[in-house]
Design a protein around this ligand. Structure first.
Ligand code: ZN
Length: 646
């Protein structure tokens, strides 16, 4: 099984107009803002109490635990975001703040290595008694990810040492040995984190523990059922009768699962860990399970924006082709989880289809989670919004009509804060003699192959521009393969090396143009990816999108907004033969390519009754579509992705 390795943060420097702006926002706006939130320093924002919980657990402050059971994970995700930011941009002041927090974490750590403020402060003596919902192992996972990232970024070992002690303690509690608990987390996360810890420390026991947590899930009798029987605290939500085991993907052993079920973020973190395990251990059976789950998610249960989770109840997957545009859940974290899963699948089973979804999620369902100024966030990313109905309807209570500054359950903003500055890890991966380019993001990378190092410089105006230029510099001339992902949306790509046009068709292999040649210092590659405005049709079984189209250009999905097109967007139809043009507008939404065309709008001012038997009259109207990720940056209003085609 040929597998790839991702580049690390330290090997890539991003210099890209589109992404640098967003990485800068994380550094200058989101990280400082979240630090204030975690420290309860912002008037008008519900106190997070997350740092105070650690101070209390460390004995530095007195008081009660406040917040969600997983409040610790907000601190962990913030530290992880800081680590990625430091890896690409030195900031001694910020590093000092992070070091101080790490000192606090080490003081809050219990003598046996345990580190969780909820159970230390609020529930002493009750560790590991409510795994189904108390997120203990989930928080541990985020702490592990943060510690690994911080070590990678700074070389400082203190946080990693703290976390290894904690992981060793967890390893002493859980496992198949008779004296150990047979439990596993209600919310997956620690599994993928333990693989990272294994990679950075080389300690096999962390990999073994990750494998244990993955393989124990779903065995019968269900651990969470046993846990419920044992506990005196019966407050676990909806247990036992109305609690779907698939919510935690514990309805079946993971190797028997073929469809994506339950809470979509949980599912993505689990599948990511499964792919990681397969990568590390060569477990072919697990790889096949991952492929089947991937196909189910992306071919039957994913929105065109890379959003997943089509209902608010349980924040969950439902059934194939059930993708309601206005009530779906499409949590930002779920799309981020899909990006994690895609990255692992690219390495496990190099195929452009994973890169295509990674790109779709990044530029659409993930970025839509954040306002252009980085100051407010969506938890839920619908594809159709009628604000008045969101205010009025209980089944749309989860749909915010404007991004929020913070959430009581604040998973999404810190997840964006850690994903965006870590983008460097997603652009390339490699084997001994092959370099894969998955994403078109400007910058430089320096990658160690089998016999030498190769540096590659990428220059592009992607996602608005169609041209990507590369300068390739191996240490010495050698025959190597560089594989460029050709996005499936691109119908007429061209590729030139040192000015010479290459015959692309013969080079295509599973979505990549593989250029095998003796590369020399300064070789120049030009990739042209023409971006026509495309009309996307959904599978006929997606009932809600029958007769509708979504507009896209390059990796961007487009939407109509009320501010450009007037209210009642559903009255607009796009004729099949309507000409659509795309143009960059530097003044619009921080600089985006807009799409314009002529549509038809129902125009019937005399229509007063609710129903009548006269066909509505239509008149031509200009329409303007903007990239989906940028919607809701000009006030509250209607938004629509799927447009009627006439
Ligand atoms: Zn979230």
């Amino acid at each position: 099984m040929k597998t790839l390795r991702s580049v690390s943060m330290n090997q890539v420097k991003i210099e890209d107009a589109f992404w640098n702006d967003r990485i800068r926002l994380v550094r200058e706006v989101i990280i400082p803002y979240q630090k204030q939130v975690l420290n309860d320093e912002l008037p008008g924002v519900e106190p997070s109490h997350a740092m105070e919980n650690f101070r209390i657990a460390a004995g530095e402050s007195k008081g009660q635990f406040h917040g969600m059971v997983f409040q610790d994970s907000d601190v962990a995700k913030w530290l992880e975001a800081v680590a990625y930011s430091l890896a690409t941009h030195e900031d001694p002041q910020l590093e000092k703040v992070a070091d101080d927090i790490i000192d606090l974490l080490s003081k809050a750590q219990q003598p046996d290595g345990y580190l969780n403020t909820y159970f230390t402060v609020a529930k002493p003596g009750q560790r590991w008694t409510k795994l189904a919902e108390d997120h203990e192992l989930y928080c541990a996972g985020h702490l592990i990810e943060a510690a690994v990232a911080y070590y990678d970024a700074t070389g400082k070992k203190k946080f990693l040492d703290v976390i290894c002690r904690y992981a060793d303690y967890i390893d002493s509690v859980f496992g198949t040995e008779p004296e150990k608990k047979k439990g596993y987390p209600g919310h997956e996360e620690i599994e993928l984190a333990l693989v990272k810890l294994y990679r950075v420390t080389g300690e096999e026991r962390y990999l073994k523990l990750a494998k244990y947590f993955v393989d124990e899930r779903g065995k019968q009798p269900n651990y969470f059922d046993l846990e419920y029987e044992k506990t005196s605290d019966k407050s676990i939500f909806r247990y036992p009768d109305d609690w779907d085991r698939s919510y935690t993907q514990s309805h079946l052993p993971v190797r028997e699962q073929t469809t994506a079920e339950g809470h979509s973020v949980r599912a993505m973190y689990l599948y990511t860990a499964m792919a990681d395990l397969s990568l590390e251990t060569g477990d072919g059976e697990l790889a096949e399970v991952c492929k089947a789950l991937w196909d189910n998610v992306t071919q039957k249960r994913m929105y065109v924006t890379g959003g997943i989770g089509s209902q608010a109840y349980d924040e969950a997957f439902t059934i194939d082709y059930d993708l309601p545009n206005d009530t779906g859940y499409t949590e930002t974290c779920a799309s981020i989880g899909l990006a994690f899963f895609a990255q692992r699948m690219l390495n496990l089973d190099p195929d452009g289809k994973y890169g295509d979804v990674l790109e779709t999620a990044l530029y659409n369902g993930i970025l839509s989670g954040m306002a252009l100024d980085g100051k407010s966030f969506f938890y839920v990313n619908p594809l159709e919004v009628w604000p008045d109905a969101c205010y009025a309807r209980h089944d749309k209570e989860h749909v915010e009509v404007i991004r929020q500054r913070w959430f009581r359950c604040a998973c999404c903003p810190p997840n964006l804060a850690r994903l965006i500055p870590s983008l460097g890890q997603y652009i390339y991966s490699y084997t001994d003699k092959e370099l894969f380019v998955h994403l078109y993001v400007g910058g430089t990378a320096d990658i160690g192959l089998e016999n030498q190092r190769i540096s590659i410089v990428q220059r592009t105006d992607y996602p608005w521009g169609e041209h990507v230029g590369f300068t390739v510099c191996p240490e010495r001339d050698e025959e190597l393969t560089i594989a460029f992902r050709i996005p499936r949306w691109c119908k007429s790509p061209t590729l030139r090396v040192n000015g010479e046009n290459l015959e692309l068709e013969s080079m295509m292999d599973r979505g990549y143009a593989r250029v095998t040649r003796t590369w020399s210092k300064g070789d120049h590659v030009e990739l042209q990816l023409p971006m026509m405005v495309r009309r996307i049709y959904a599978h006929p079984n997606v009932r809600v999108n029958a007769g509708k189209i979504a507009l896209a250009r390059g990796p961007m999905v487009y939407c109509l907004e009320e501010v450009d097109n007037g209210e009642v967007l559903a009255q607009i139809a796009l004729p099949k033969d309507a000409t659509l043009s795309a143009a960059f507008d530097a003044e619009l939404l921080g600089g985006v390519v807009e799409v314009r065309g002529e549509g038809l709008r129902s125009e019937n001012p005399e229509w007063s009754e609710l129903y009548r038997e006269i066909r509505p009259k239509q008149k031509p109207v200009p329409i303007r579509a903007i990239p989906y990720f940028a919607w809701n940056n000009r006030g509250v209003g209607e938004m629509l992705v799927w447009i009627r085609e006439s």
